[in-house]
Design a protein around this ligand. Structure first.
Ligand code: GLN
Length: 494
């Protein structure tokens, strides 16, 4: 079989900084994120301007969609671990995403929720599993892994930047059918990239079943069919946001019970590592709940309270800056941060993952303090500095880089192999809760009377950001305080 041509040993014994397979996964993920963030950037605008939803309804709807997207990564990870393997999951997820984007391209208004539901399930099969495969390129204890995930994370953000900018521009200026169709084309490029390069992955991501397993095909068909049958259910649930509440109340506890059940099958050493992974997952919920203000309250803040002057030399649309600054900073700084970790690790002073997470929260806190501090730069009308706002995005990006790529990496280090997909899914499930809580926090901040002045809005939002800065600082300090305990749970993993 061609897949046997290259062995795991050969892949993992690569020379240099990055395995070459990382670049292939990087490209597939980059185009997938182009499609995903292109779609994400269009949703709220499309709902308000084309489906004529009220702002608050569209916001809730948007939050529900994002929560479902990330929640389904758990299910995608689970089925990859147990039945499909990562490669088939990726293939199936990619196909569903292409189908969803094509449905939207045909008639976005009529088939809006149908197309979105295809994309939700498709992302669920694609997103966690490509990240897990990146982890498989490295041997246990290879200190180049975090740098690899940092590079992979740049790919994510190149896709996010291009897609986030291009799709909405096409939609606004030409046609929405074309914009969604464009996402379908790009997703096809992602899938083709994967199909043509997957041979190089050797045994990574193949089916968990033995070749001669007699019911393997049936299990696989059951997953494919099951995921198609669930689409109408998702459609109903996304369309009514109160169902999202119920869903979020159940999926978290259910996955925890499942994880504890799985843990019973492992030794104490492995269980302790899984508990450490759980600590990271729980803190990441809080991180994303604050961070994801960017799609909600910060975009309204940008629309209302910012001038359009960047460094006094160029005028930029504040919402454009709100959408693009983070991705751009990640692209610039992810490689640099990756190099810093490598440099520190060579000198044996690289901070442990818990400390990196703690730092992530300290940067988060500082950035929200800067968002709050925009209040001191406002003019009499309540319009404040785009420069200071952008500075906050620079700082939040450092927080993200201390937590998000490291989080992907640590999930693959702390989980026993048969649970890696599920744990990656749980990592993204935390993002689902983050998105969900972000909506609630943002709605809390924006409780203003109709006709509130820009000054009142500025005060309300910045007061909210100050609160978030304090909570993020508390979370960071708690993490640093419990770091010895978590380190113990992690044992030899760094
Ligand atoms: N921006 C990153 C991505 O799209 C992380 C998203 C998240 O985990 N919430 O992969």
């Amino acid at each position: 079989m061609e897949n046997k041509a290259i062995t795991l040993e050969q892949i993992q014994n690569f020379e240099g900084k990055y395995p070459k397979q990382l670049w292939y996964l990087f490209l597939s993920e980059m185009w997938e994120r182009f499609c995903f963030y292109g779609m994400r950037g269009m949703l709220t605008f499309f709902m308000v301007n084309q489906l004529m939803m009220k702002d608050d309804v569209a916001n809730l709807q948007y939050g529900a969609t994002q929560a479902f997207v990330y929640a389904f990564t758990f299910i995608g990870g689970l089925f990859a671990d147990k039945i499909l393997g990562f490669r088939k999951s990726l293939f199936w997820g990619g196909l569903l995403m292409i189908a969803g984007s094509c449905i939207l391209a045909i008639d976005p208004k009529e088939f809006f929720f149908l197309g979105i539901s295809f994309n939700i399930i498709g992302t669920g099969f694609f997103k966690p599993n490509i990240s897990t495969m990146v982890g498989s390129l490295y041997k246990d204890g290879d200190n180049r892994r975090d740098a690899g995930f940092s590079l992979f994370y740049s790919g994510i953000n190149i896709g996010a930047l291009l897609g986030g900018y291009a799709c909405i521009a096409i939609g606004k200026n030409y046609s929405w059918n074309l914009a969604f169709g464009f996402a379908a084309i790009v997703m096809t490029i992602s899938l083709l990239t994967f199909i043509f390069t997957q041979k190089k992955l050797g045994p990574i991501g193949l089916s968990p079943f033995k070749d001669d397993h007699k019911n393997r095909k049936w299990y696989e068909y059951a997953v494919y069919l099951g995921s198609l049958f669930i689409i109408p259910v998702i459609m109903t649930m996304v369309a009514k946001t109160q169902y999202t509440d119920w869903f979020m109340y159940t999926i978290g506890p259910a996955t925890l019970i499942y994880l504890f059940y799985e843990m019973t099958k492992y030794t104490w050493i492995e269980r302790k590592k899984l508990l450490a992974a759980l600590v990271f997952i729980i803190f990441s919920i809080l991180f994303w709940a604050f961070f994801e203000q960017s799609g909600g309250s910060l975009s309204l803040f940008a629309a209302n309270n910012l001038n359009n002057q960047m460094l006094g030399v160029i005028s930029l649309d504040p919402n454009g800056v709100n959408n693009a600054a983070n991705s751009l900073f990640v692209i610039i700084f992810a490689p640099i941060v990756g190099i810093i970790w490598l440099w520190l690790s060579k000198r044996r002073i690289e901070p442990n993952t818990v400390v990196k997470f703690g730092l992530g929260f300290i940067f988060l806190s500082l950035s929200f303090y800067i968002f709050f501090a925009t209040v001191f730069f406002a003019n009499a009308q309540g319009i404040t500095s785009l420069d200071v706002f952008t500075l906050a995005y620079l700082v939040i990006t450092f927080g993200e880089l201390c937590l998000s790529p490291i989080g992907l990496s640590i999930m693959t280090k702390l989980s026993p192999k048969p649970l890696q997909g599920v744990m990656m899914g749980m990592w993204f499930l935390a993002s689902a809760y983050g998105q969900y809580v972000a909506g609630i926090l943002g709605a809390g901040m924006s409780k203003l009377n109709d006709g509130a002045t820009l000054n009142e809005k500025l005060k309300a939002y910045t007061a909210g950001y100050k609160q978030l800065a304090i909570y993020a600082l508390i979370a960071g300090v708690i993490l640093l305080l419990i770091s010895p305990l978590v380190k113990k749970l992690m044992q030899e993993v760094k």
